[in-house]
Design a protein around this ligand. Structure first.
Ligand code: GP9
Length: 413
């Protein structure tokens, strides 16, 4: 009975899937490069410290890109690995642990697998130990051609945990010269990992009152990564990739710095619980189309579960056959974005759960007044969020996609 309910939810979604719209298939055959950036939070975008922009290169890129200003990372305990999982499978993370380490052997409809079927090369780049987060196994299951890990890089500029992002980007782009186009390349950065160490000679920001604090080091480290983005864009141009590649940049999760006072000082205003929840759960998402088209700020709620459907939409691959929780980002339909905690964002409201179970235990915020509102305004979103989290958990735990696909084959035979 439960399995039938899960199947019915997907069938209803498939029935509504649209393979149309101005952007559907508009960039068919383009390369795709996607950069998952360590601890890159939305709160720093467009901000300055001591009159100096923190992310000048990202801000410049935004001018000919689509920037999703209310994009949620949707991760759970699996942190970076959950970000990778949700982004590539359009499912949600588990209540405990990481899908990468616990359920790598399950069937999922992932971006690299689907692109491979479309004739793409698919490669993943991360200059760290290949076994971390069980990546070797998971990436094999996701059907990547190759995982370029620490052993494939020359450690000519070490910063923080491993190779610096600048060297990582340069060496990764160099590897891409030998890969047949069209390709999908997924790059995972590392320099801006906690504890945000940047040596004296690479510190280019005057962080003023944040000097010598973890928050100040975080800003410094993001400024470094931003410089690396600028360099990456230039190298893409030199390599002839700028006009035939969809470039995506997003942050993987928060920075684990949870003191409200840091953010109040940084933004220069008092913050409430809703502000803090959004700060800790929002990361930037930038999509640069090959011709710089559709540039602008897109404020509708969006999440990692929308990324794979969006990329495939641009490439002309319909959502219909796939078992995804999310849909593409190129329509005006209001979206529900569930977070693993049970919080969610919808068109007009944001729900913040509490330790006390049930809808009434939490707080429903009106996104216009940014103050608590009638809890009933969150009822439908609350029920749907629970449903989507449960469906995703069941798909992962009981390997339901394998079953649905076997049933599908049986029906067509
Ligand atoms: C290491 C990196 C770190 O390979 O991805 O992951 P995190 O600690 O941020 O989850």
């Amino acid at each position: 009975e439960e399995v039938n309910q899960v199947k019915a939810w997907f069938d209803a979604k498939h029935g509504k899937a649209s393979g149309t719209g101005a952007l559907f298939g508009k960039y068919k055959g383009s390369n795709v490069i996607m950069i998952q950036t360590e601890a890159f939070m939305n709160v720093v975008i467009g901000q300055s410290v001591g009159g100096q922009e923190i992310t000048p290169n990202f801000n410049r890129l935004m001018k000919d890109s689509m920037y999703f200003s209310n994009f949620y990372h949707q991760t759970g305990q699996g942190r970076t690995s959950d970000a990778d999982f949700v982004t590539h499978s359009s499912l949600l993370p588990l209540p405990t642990g990481s899908v990468f380490t616990r359920y790598a052997d399950r069937e999922y409809d992932t971006l690299p697998e689907i692109l491979k079927e479309q004739g793409y090369a698919a490669n993943v780049f991360h200059a760290y130990d290949s076994s971390f987060w069980n990546r070797t196994t998971m990436y094999r299951e996701m059907n990547y051609d190759r995982f370029y890990s620490k052993k494939d890089y020359e450690m000519n500029d070490v910063l923080g945990w491993s190779l610096s992002d600048k060297a990582f980007f340069a060496q990764s782009l160099d590897r891409m010269k030998g890969i047949k186009q069209p390709f999908y390349s997924f790059l995972i950065t590392l320099t801006s990992h906690h504890p945000y160490y940047v040596p004296k000679d690479a510190r280019k920001l005057d962080t003023g009152e944040f000097e010598g604090t973890m928050f100040g080091d975080y800003l410094q480290s993001i400024h470094y990564v931003d410089e690396a983005f600028g360099q990456f864009a230039e190298q893409m141009k030199e390599q002839g990739l700028w006009d035939n590649t969809i470039l995506l940049i997003y942050g993987d999760h928060d920075n684990s710095i949870k003191e409200i006072s840091d953010y109040e000082k940084f933004l220069g205003r008092d913050l409430n619980a809703l502000d803090m929840e959004q700060i800790m759960n929002q990361v930037p998402l930038l999509i640069r189309l090959p011709d710089g088209g559709n540039a602008g700020v897109y404020p509708e709620a969006a999440g990692m579960m929308n990324v794979t459907p969006s990329i495939l939409h641009l490439l002309g691959v319909s959502e219909a056959p796939y078992y995804w929780i999310g849909g593409h980002l190129f329509d005006d339909k209001p979206r529900l974005i569930p977070l693993r905690s049970g919080a969610f964002s919808e068109e007009n409201v944001f729900y913040l759960p509490s330790e006390t179970a049930g809808l009434e235990g939490g707080t429903c915020y009106d996104l216009t007044t940014r103050q608590p509102t009638d809890i009933q305004a969150c009822r439908d979103g609350y029920d749907e969020t629970r449903k989507q989290l449960q469906i995703s958990d069941q798909v992962i735990t009981y390997d339901l996609l394998k079953l649905f696909k076997a049933q599908g084959k049986g029906e067509t035979e």
